[in-house]
Design a protein around this ligand. Structure first.
Ligand SMILES: Cc1cc2nc3c(=O)[nH]c(=O)nc-3n(C[C@H](O)[C@H](O)[C@H](O)COP(=O)(O)OP(=O)(O)OC[C@H]3O[C@@H](n4cnc5c(N)ncnc54)[C@H](O)[C@@H]3O)c2cc1C
Length: 401
């Protein structure tokens, strides 16, 4: 039993673990409550893409910083997370793809991303295995990939060694407010007194927000991925299709991870959980068109995952003056894995100091029209929307609301 905690994090996915690590590094003893296993939901189902290219431009500064942090994870966390930074090719097969990619390259370069539009000959120099239908691609040399199963675990292990406390197979059932502020978290096993709760619950983020009387638009997008048997190393880049129809990579073990949104075959699901794998064959057919070298490979395993897609496809981060002590860290809309190191650091900064080193205003809860713009006591930092329980300015700030 915990009794009392400075911070309770709901969710032991990659975000909850990355935040727990950062807070523990600062000397706190955060409590993480996870209803299944560490990295057991979206964070264990993903493709491992650590990508800046083809992101919402609002996320670009965060994605660039995250790429920098990924390069240090091995040393920082004391575990090899199989991070490979050898670029990302987004393959075009129609003239329309090329036109769209040209515009997109201009926009992304304008915010500082190193990105080129390549013709077929240039693509073949980087990846000689692409099919005849590939007429060009974008290439971002600083994109890459890592092993998602290792990343959450590495954050978890290091956080634990620094004093973070993790409770798995335990579900958060309620958030208690007192005078409108967070006062306690109730699980199916205990009640924890706290004045700070972080919603890092992935697809359950809306449900957790509802417990505190908050709400935001998010829907479940079902998707599927597969892994093949292994081949000797063919190419190290992350691959994607220009319209996002598939994406994938060769793992260090030699197998190929492939996922996609081809949408030609439907899921059957019960109680919100996918029952049968119907997208796998469609992904495979498409991948073979783009990478014929894989055509004789056996698929070893397929799985489905649920993406927490917000109405504008970017996450919800930070605080809201509506419920002091409630921190959003959710809604990553299918591309959160690559952001985890920077999100862990920024949410920690927000909680500890009430200021963040990169702007997160675009991701605030109030963009959905539910909260009011708020300037907290931490004047001079526009990124900070409201003070947290641990902020040195908190007491001052709380007097004012
Ligand atoms: C197939 C697939 C491929 C993807 N590929 C990529 C990719 O290549 N690159 C990329 O950047 N992103 C990718 N993503 C997205 C990425 O996986 C997510 O954005 C990221 O993992 C989100 O992490 P999270 O910690 O917010 O959520 P989660 O990993 O879902 O963690 C939330 C945790 O909260 C727990 N929880 C929920 N409710 C409660 C409760 N009441 N009490 C206690 N615990 C609770 C859950 O059990 C879960 O473990 C992909 C996603 C999928 C499904």
């Amino acid at each position: 039993m915990v009794g009392k905690a400075d911070v309770v994090i709901v969710g032991g996915g990659v975000m909850g673990c990355a935040l727990a690590y950062n807070l523990a590094k600062e000397g706190l003893k955060p409590v993480v409550i996870e209803r299944s296993d560490i990295g057991g939901e979206e964070s264990g189902a993903n493709g491992g893409g650590v990508r800046q290219s083809a992101r919402n431009l609002k996320e670009m500064p965060l994605a660039m910083e995250s790429v920098r942090l990924f390069a240090q994870l091995h040393e920082e966390l004391g575990m090899d997370v199989e991070y490979v930074r050898k670029g990302n090719l987004r393959l075009c097969s129609t003239p329309e793809d090329m036109v769209n990619m040209r515009k997109s390259v201009e926009n992304q370069k304008a915010v500082g991303l190193q990105l080129e539009l390549l013709d077929r000959k240039q693509v073949l120099e980087i990846n000689p295995y692409v099919g005849d239908g590939v007429i060009g691609a974008t290439f971002c040399p600083t994109d890459g990939h890592a092993n998602p199963l290792l990343v959450s675990y590495a954050f978890f292990k290091k956080a634990k060694s620094l004093g973070a406390r993790f409770y798995t197979q335990e579900e958060v059932k309620d958030i208690v407010l007192k005078k409108g502020r967070v006062a306690a978290v109730v699980t199916d096993k205990q009640r924890i007194e706290t004045d700070l709760v972080v919603n890092a619950a992935g697809m359950a983020g809306r449900k957790i927000a509802n417990m505190a009387g908050l709400d935001f638009p998010v829907k479940a997008v079902f998707t599927e991925a597969l892994i093949t048997e292994a081949l000797p190393p063919l190419f190290p880049q992350m691959l994607g299709q220009a319209r996002g129809l598939f994406y994938g990579r060769q793992t260090l073990h030699g197998s190929f991870f492939m996922g996609g949104f081809v949408g030609t075959e439907e899921f059957i699901y019960r109680d919100g959980k996918p029952l049968f794998n119907f997208i796998g064959p469609a992904i495979s057919r498409l991948v073979i068109e783009y990478l014929p070298v894989l055509k004789d490979l056996h698929v070893v395993r397929t799985w489905s995952g649920i993406i927490d897609q917000t109405s504008d496809s970017i996450p919800v981060l930070g605080l809201t003056p509506e419920v002091p002590g409630f921190v959003f860290c959710t809604g990553f809309s299918g591309h959160g894995f690559g952001l985890a190191p920077v999100i862990g650091r920024l949410m920690c900064e927000l909680i500890m100091d009430c200021r963040v080193s990169l702007p997160i205003n675009d991701f605030c809860y109030s963009r959905f029209g539910k909260g009011a713009d708020h300037v907290c006591a931490c004047k001079g930092n526009a990124a900070c929307t409201t003070a947290t329980a641990l902020c040195p300015n908190k007491r001052e700030w709380l007097k004012n609301i």
